[in-house]
Every structure is written in structure tokens, then in C-alpha cells.
Ligand binder design. Structure first.
Ligand code: G6P
Ligand code: MG
Length: 208
């Protein structure tokens, strides 16, 4: 039986992918190339710097390490302008109900996200209090598919990996959860999340 639940943030609890997309697209526009929503799929679950490298690759652009830092900072400023306006209406269907349901059952809850803005977003959408631990991009050195983020979350909950389940929408995140030795529920389509123990379309299917 599961004692701990670890949640990815973007694409599982909130739909921030659209804001990441808009902010990256503005950079691409400035460089003068098209950055599509299909390209954006490659950025899901990927760290900010790695995302920038993918955007540059799509545009066939190369810049210095110093410029990369400046561009990543510029993207984040734009992203912050979007997420500052977020509220509870941006929680994905079933997210809050499912978190409450787990709480009622005594399941401990942690966040396992690559985002450095994760704690801020949890506050904005009003679910920060539901988390017993928050592991985000400010705490981990190795990005998904490395299991670090989930292993740290599980440790902060005082549990063992086989007592935890992970909820993930990104392929790299599912791989990270498997590498951590945890039960993994893919949120999205079996087409790319087939490696998960179970795949559902959204948390509403579990909260029901
Ligand atoms: C999540 C998102 C990625 C994002 C990453 C870093 O994993 O799925 O799209 O690039 O977090 O987010 P940050 O807020 O630190 O730029
Ligand atoms: Mg995600």
C-alpha cells in the first residue's frame, strides 16, 4: 500500500506549459524563427537551461554561455509575468480533489518538480499547505530522468521508495520515477508514457 505520493507540477497539477511556451516563443520571435507547440513538447520536464539549448537548436542558433544565462533570465522574467497572475482556476481538473482524497487517507504528499518557480506557483494556486515536502529545481542537481528529485522527496517524507507513487506527465519524469524504484502513474497518453505502471488522462479520473 502507498504511503507517499510525489507529484510533478507542470502538466500534472497546473497547466503552466502554455506560459513556458509563450515566454520561449517570444525569444524565438526576437531571433526571427518559428517555435511551434510541437517543438514545445520537447521542453516538458526539462530544466530551464536545457530548454534554452533545445530552443536554440530548433532555431539553429549558437550563442555564448554568458548570453545563454542572460536569455534564460529574460525568459524567466516573462514567465514570471504570466504566473504572477495565476490563481486557483488554473489547477488542472481533479488536482485539488485528489490531493484532499489522499490527505484523508493519511497519504503523505510531496512535490517533485524541475521548476525553480514551483513554490511560488503552489502559493499562487492555493495548494502549498497540502504538501508535506517540496522538492524543486532549487534543491536538486541532477535533472529528470535522474531519480534524484523523487528520491529526495521520498526521504523528506520519511518513506522508502517502494512506499511511494509518482504522478508524472513527462517521459523523462516517468523514467526518473522508475529509476527511483517507485510506482508510477503517467498523466497523459500511453503513446509516450507507456513505461508507467498505469496511465490516466488526468487526475480527475482518479479523484472521481
Ligand atoms: C518543469 C517544466 C519545464 C521547465 C522546468 C524548469 O519541468 O515542465 O518546462 O522548463 O520545469 O522550470 P523553471 O520554472 O525553473 O524555469
Ligand atoms: Mg511536467
Amino acid at each position: 500500500n502507498i504511503k507517499g505520493a510525489l507529484f510533478d507540477l507542470d502538466g500534472v497539477l497546473v497547466d503552466t506549459a502554455k506560459y513556458h511556451y509563450l515566454a520561449w516563443k517570444e525569444l524565438a520571435d526576437q531571433w526571427g524563427f518559428e517555435f511551434t507547440e510541437a517543438d514545445n513538447e520537447r521542453l516538458k520536464g526539462v530544466s530551464r537551461m536545457r530548454s534554452l539549448e533545445i530552443v536554440l537548436e530548433v532555431g539553429g542558433i549558437s550563442i555564448s554561455e554568458e548570453e545563454k544565462l542572460a536569455k534564460a533570465e529574460q525568459k524567466n522574467e516573462r514567465y514570471l509575468e504570466y504566473i504572477r497572475r495565476m490563481d486557483a482556476s488554473e489547477l488542472l481538473p481533479g488536482a485539488k480533489d485528489y490531493l484532499y482524497r489522499l490527505k484523508e487517507r493519511g497519504v503523505r504528499i510531496a512535490l517533485g518538480s524541475a521548476s525553480k518557480n514551483a513554490a511560488f506557483i503552489l502559493e499562487k494556486v492555493g495548494i502549498a499547505d497540502l504538501f508535506d515536502a517540496v522538492v524543486d529545481g532549487t534543491k536538486v542537481a541532477k535533472a529528470k530522468p535522474d531519480p534524484e528529485v523523487f528520491l529526495l522527496g521520498c526521504r523528506e517524507l520519511g518513506l522508502k521508495p517502494d512506499e511511494c507513487a509518482v504522478f508524472e506527465d513527462a517521459e523523462a519524469g516517468v523514467a526518473a520515477a522508475i529509476a527511483a524504484g517507485m510506482y508510477v502513474v503517467g498523466i497523459g497518453s500511453p503513446a509516450n508514457l507507456g513505461a508507467a505502471n498505469r496511465v490516466v488522462g488526468g487526475l480527475d479520473e482518479l479523484a472521481g
